[in-house]
Design a protein around this ligand. Structure first.
Ligand SMILES: [Zn+2]
Length: 429
């Protein structure tokens, strides 16, 4: 166990030297970058003035109140917001589990019943009741149900129909479309691999040619684009890499160039991550980018790389924690993209997920903590040594005990038969 002593990295004398230099060529991008750096400098200066002994605090109670209100609103009223309600359930439930805040069983049961209404007759889940099945809310709904982790939650999922939905969106080249008649991108492969592996419905042909298709999304930058030929992007890179880990094929990626790309996305001055080259820092990439490092550490370890650290991931864990704690917290609860932006459940979930990754290192039997600020800032560790959970990486982004419990539950059930000529695929073709 280790507590990082003051002073903070962002209060150090050398910190200003990390600011962006435009080499005398001012562009729209460079002006935006400087504007963000000025706003972060301002946050740091104010913090410094107010704290003679700097110990940034995670505003646990405020975040809890914000999340609790969101969850109650979801369960009280089903006609709010947009077509992403299973996502809201997942973001809130995962944030609460990271904060170790239990969900009352009556609310958990309401969420199960609500998600059951989002499940479509052809299998898979929609963004809301009565809408069409889509892989993104399917991923969110399955994750949310696995976090709840009760018999009631597991029994919501119709596995036979889920499998036929997955076949209905599978493409001949190994990729998946997000919904019948929809667009292909690498998120869909991850969503499919995640829900299929958690619920034990992986059949021999379901992911045939998928790893080769995902590999083709890795470009010259080292990261992955949404489809082959597109610019590398943090969200797509996490999805593609995590899908490869779930499918046991991560070795097919160029891991070294991927590592180089993701390590270069951590901002020198801000401490947080950008999603793409030349873009601005954003709190949600604390997970999409930093979450890649445990995946890569494990993959390189499996390849026998003897130079790997036994204490740290290959990014600046302290700097990321400082960015999240100082720049991404709304004082009345909820987390956000960057100073000046408003809070939302998406950023709350992925800032907290990234904070957990930055606090806990693990590999094989090792666990090493690095907590910026007080010990109370510590979030739940998303790593586990249990092989059943694809050990030591946050590949599903739910807590490992819940992954283990879901896998244990669904592995007692037989894998459904492949039924690719089902109405789910022929109805819409
Ligand atoms: Zn964001």
């Amino acid at each position: 166990m280790e507590t990082v002593p003051a002073p903070l990295r962002c209060l150090g004398e050398c910190h200003a030297a990390e600011k962006f230099t435009d080499d005398g060529v001012e562009t729209v991008t460079s002006m935006e970058q400087k504007k963000v750096e000025r706003s972060i400098q301002e946050v740091i200066s104010v913090y410094k003035q107010m704290h003679s002994f700097p110990q940034p605090t995670l505003l646990r109670d405020q975040h809890y109140q914000y999340l609790k209100k969101g969850l109650r609103h979801l369960s009280d009223s089903y006609e709010c917001l947009d077509a992403s309600r299973p996502w809201l359930c997942y973001w809130i439930l995962h944030s609460l589990e990271l904060l170790e805040e239990p969900v009352p069983s009556s609310i958990a049961s309401d969420v199960c019943q609500f998600l059951a209404r989002c499940q479509t007759p052809t299998g898979g889940f929609a963004g809301g009741p009565g809408q069409h099945a889509h892989l993104a809310p399917t991923y969110a709904a399955v994750n949310a149900l696995c976090i709840i982790g009760t018999e009631e939650a597991y029994s919501v999922i119709d596995r036979e129909k889920l499998l036929s939905f997955l076949f209905s969106v599978k493409q001949p080249d190994g990729s998946f479309v997000m919904h019948v008649g929809g667009e292909v991108d690498v998120r869909s492969a991850y969503c499919a691999a995640s829900v299929a592996s958690l619920t034990n419905i992986v059949t021999p042909s379901l992911f045939q040619d998928t790893p080769m298709w995902i590999v083709s999304c890795q470009n010259w930058e080292g990261g992955l684009g949404g489809v082959p030929g597109l610019e590398a992007h943090g969200g797509y890179t996490f999805c593609g890499t995590a899908a490869m880990v779930i499918l046991g094929k991560e070795f097919m990626l160029d891991l070294k160039s991927l590592l180089r790309w993701v390590a270069s996305r951590q901002m020198r001055f801000e401490g947080g991550f950008q999603g793409r080259c030349n873009k601005l820092v954003d709190g949600c990439y604390s997970f999409w980018q930093a979450g890649l490092l445990p995946l890569l550490h494990r993959a390189l370890f499996k390849e026998g790389d003897s130079t790997l650290s036994l204490e740290k991931w290959m990014f600046e864990q302290q700097a990321l924690q400082e960015y999240i704690l100082l720049c991404c917290q709304n004082p009345v609860g909820g987390l956000l993209d960057k100073p000046g932006k408003s809070r939302d459940f998406y950023h709350t979930c992925y800032c907290l997920s990234g904070l957990s990754v930055a606090q806990h290192f693990g590999n094989m039997d090792l666990h090493h903590q690095l907590i910026v600020g007080q010990e109370e800032n510590r979030l739940v560790c998303m790593l586990t040594s249990r092989p059943i959970c694809h050990s030591y990486h946050p590949v599903y982004n739910i807590c490992p005990e819940k992954v283990a419990r879901a896998i244990q539950h669904f592995h007692q059930l037989p894998v459904p038969m492949e039924n690719r000529g089902s109405p789910a695929s022929s109805d819409h073709s």
